[in-house]
Each structure stands twice: as C-alpha cells, then as structure tokens.
Design a protein around this ligand. Structure first.
Ligand code: C5P
Length: 288
C-alpha cells in the first residue's frame, strides 16, 4: 500500500489581476502549505474504488464526482493500461473551505498513481490532468510554498518560508468558489488597476515576509464575506488575538489564517477561539 499526505493549501496573498477571455480569472497568489491535511492511500490493482473515512468524510462524499476519482479516471483515459486500485481517504479538512482540500486530494491521487505506475511525478500527462481537474491541483502536486500565476497553471520556484506559527480557522460555512469570483463583476478580457505583487525573496526572513504580506491582500475577501458574513467575525477574532501579526482569508473562503511571532501565541489564540466556538474547525500549523 502507498500512502501520502494531502496538506491544506493556504493563499497568503491572492491578487486578481483581471479576467481572461476563457472566463477564468488571472491571479497572482503566494501559496503555502500547512501540516494539517488529509491522508490518501492506494492499494494498486485493476479496479478503481474509493473509501472515505474521517471527521469531514460525510461532507466530502465518495461519489463519482470526488476529485480523487475524477483525477484517476482522467489519467487512465490518457495512459492506456494504467494500474489503478483502491484508494482510501482519511478526510480531515473542511470542504468548500478555500484551502484546496479536494484539489490536494486529487494531486495526492496523481502522485500515488505516478508511483504505482513508475511515472515521473512531473510527467506532462500528469500535469495536464491536474490542470483539467481544477485550478488548484497543479500547485498541490508538489506542495511547497511558491508563487502561483494565471489560473493556477504557472508556478514559480519553491520559496523557503521562515518558521511561521499560524492558526487556521473555519467557521463552518461552505463557500462555492464560482459565485465568489463572479461577484467581482469582471467581464472577460477586463484587467484591474493596481493589482501587481511585490516579489517575495527565495528565502525571506520572518520580518521581510510579514512586511511583503502586509502590502498584499486577498481580493476575494469582500465578495466571500457577503456570501458568508461569519467570515467577518472569524477575521475579527484572529486580528484581536494576542500576538497576531497578520490575519487574512484563504482562497475563496471561508477558512482564515493568522500568523504569529511565537508558537506559544498561536496555541493560546487557538485555544481561546476553540472555547468560544466549539463547532468551528481550529488548527495550529506551521506553514511551509
Ligand atoms: O478550477 P476550479 O474548478 O477549482 O474553479 C471553480 C470555479 O471558480 C471556476 O468554474 C470559475 O468559475 C472560478 N475560477 C475563476 N478563476 C480562477 C479559478 C477559478 O474564475 N482562476
């Protein structure tokens, strides 16, 4: 049996530069990954199947539209004789949460299928299938912090982040990505003013990174807050936490993250928020 982690993806910044003629939005985003994640295993075999367990398994569903199965079927259509098998997914990440849970699962499935079939992880057919399955799948294939551009298909070199203690919180309101982008009201071909990113160094120090992030933003935050107003409360709680250096929403929400100078501050903030909102998903993490 082969096993891999499917870590949560966090958009430390997410700038919408405009909308392309194909309808997708052109983005510039600094993406990082957290220790929190799902776990996927594969027992290689001829037939394809998926079993899901774990705290958020009922929300994810093991139906045909699960991204693990979609990725596997698409790769099998590209590569004749591909060995498939029985996938088992331990689902811990909240779904429709802006942290790429489904995308990371799909990328993990492609990594496992590559291994089971002795394919290079960067085989062009794997990258092509990743793009076809979802915008966030390519960046999740090799989960390391990096700049992501276009609609997720252009990836920068890995960035070595400083040790950044973080708290991730999800207030339990699922957010659909399409409507959040649509709410920006950009026509195909439109570009936005003042959207450029300040470049991040390959190995930024903590203060250097925090200063760069402070100049950035998540352009989907306002639209997501209209769809799920509880995000406003989540951000306020994080911003009010002792030692919080920066709090922002990830992806199209509703998960928000906060960065702290010390792990102790992050642990303290998480326990305060957990006590106030026992139903929320609250995790401490180190982003990389
Ligand atoms: O690629 P994915 O299926 O994850 O995207 C979901 C939806 O989000 C797309 O159908 C599109 O409406 C919107 N989207 C976008 N621009 C992006 C990424 C997603 O408009 N860069």
């Amino acid at each position: 049996m082969l096993t891999t982690r499917a870590p949560a993806k966090i958009n430390l910044t997410l700038h919408v530069l405009g909308r392309r003629d194909d309808g997708y939005h052109a983005l510039e985003s600094l993406v990082a990954f957290s220790g929190a994640g799902d776990t996927l295993s594969l027992s290689p075999g001829d037939a394809l199947s998926l079993d899901i367990s774990g705290p958020t398994s009922s929300a994810a569903g093991a139906g045909d539209d699960n991204l693990v199965l979609r990725a596997a079927r698409r790769l099998a259509a590209e590569i004749s004789g591909l060995r498939l098998g029985r996938f088992r997914l331990e689902k811990r990440l909240p779904v429709a949460a802006g942290i790429g849970g489904g995308s990371s699962d799909a990328a993990a499935a492609l990594r496992l299928l590559a291994k089971a079939n002795h394919l290079a992880p960067d085989d062009p057919r794997i990258i092509e299938v990743a793009r076809a399955v979802g915008s966030d799948v390519p960046v999740c294939l090799d989960p390391q912090a990096r700049m992501m551009r276009g609609a997720g298909e252009t990836l920068g070199e890995p960035i070595r982040l400083p040790l950044l203690p973080a708290v991730l919180i999800n207030p339990g309101a699922p957010v659909a990505t399409g409507p959040v982008f649509a709410a920006l009201g950009l026509r195909p071909g439109a570009s936005r003013e003042g959207a450029a990113h300040s470049d991040i160094a390959a190995r930024p120090g903590a203060e250097e990174l925090l200063a760069a992030l402070a100049k950035g933003r998540n352009d989907l935050e306002d639209a997501a807050c209209l769809q799920a107003p509880v995000i406003v409360d989540a951000l306020a709680l994080l911003r009010g936490a002792h030692g919080c250096r920066l709090a922002r929403m990830s992806g199209s929400g509703a998960t928000c993250f906060a960065l702290f100078s010390t792990r102790r501050q992050a642990v303290r903030a998480a326990s305060v928020i957990r006590a106030q909102h026992p139903g929320w998903w609250v995790k401490t993490a180190v982003l990389r």
